[in-house]
Design a protein. Structure first.
Length: 211
């Protein structure tokens, strides 16, 4: 990736509509030469090929992160040359948000070791902009439609509330920009809002302004 390539991540809980929005943005932002990076589960061939999120110790969580970093390397390895925008369905912040959520749920200090591990790796493509798709727990359950079985951590209210808090914390930090989007909006409006945030970020990056 060149210094002018902008990395945008679609984040939010499962069933927020990240993949659907990503596909619409790829079609609507063709002038930016978009390269789309599928989510970890899609790249791996399904969620069953991903390590369990639940961990009982820091070494267990770090082992899972190493496996996820290998998937991260694979899914970003063959991006087309000359792309101006990398649009990623989830990013390294998903991994950190999950560590934070597990920390909140278990009381085990997962986040700081996860930050050190991921910041020390050359693999992740850290986003310039995070588009957080915000939905209620009720909406998650309504949209699930059997994708995640009862008892899945991905539809757990406590887990998803902690994920949301991670991105609220991230929104107050630099240099990453976080744009908060209501993912219950009609898709045309949601896509238009997301595209405007992306164009603002790419324009700032191209002009050398603060992102």
């Amino acid at each position: 990736m060149t210094g002018q390539t902008c990395v945008v991540a679609l984040e939010g809980p499962c069933c927020a509509g990240k993949t659907t929005l990503g596909r619409l943005l790829v079609r609507g932002l063709r002038d930016l030469r978009v390269a789309f990076v599928p989510c970890y589960a899609d790249h791996a061939g399904g969620g069953r090929f991903l390590p369990r999120q639940e961990a009982a110790s820091i070494p267990e969580r770090e082992q899972a992160l190493h496996r996820l970093l290998a998937i991260e390397a694979q899914r970003t390895a063959r991006l087309p040359t000359g792309c101006g925008l990398i649009l990623a369905d989830r990013s390294v912040h998903t991994l950190l948000a999950n560590s934070y959520a597990l920390q909140c749920m278990t009381g085990i200090g997962f986040l700081a070791p996860s930050v050190r591990l991921l910041r020390g790796s050359p693999v992740p493509a850290w986003p310039d902009l995070v588009l957080y798709l915000d939905v209620s727990q009720e909406t998650i359950h309504r949209r699930n439609r059997g994708k995640f079985l009862p008892g899945s951590i991905y539809t757990d209210p406590e887990f998803n509330a902690a994920i949301r808090r991670y991105f609220q914390r991230l929104a107050g930090q630099k240099p990453t920009r976080v744009a908060w989007l209501d993912a219950t909006l009609d898709l045309p409006e949601l896509t238009q809002l997301a595209a405007a945030e992306i164009r603002q970020t790419t324009a700032l990056r191209t002009s050398g302004g603060a992102v």
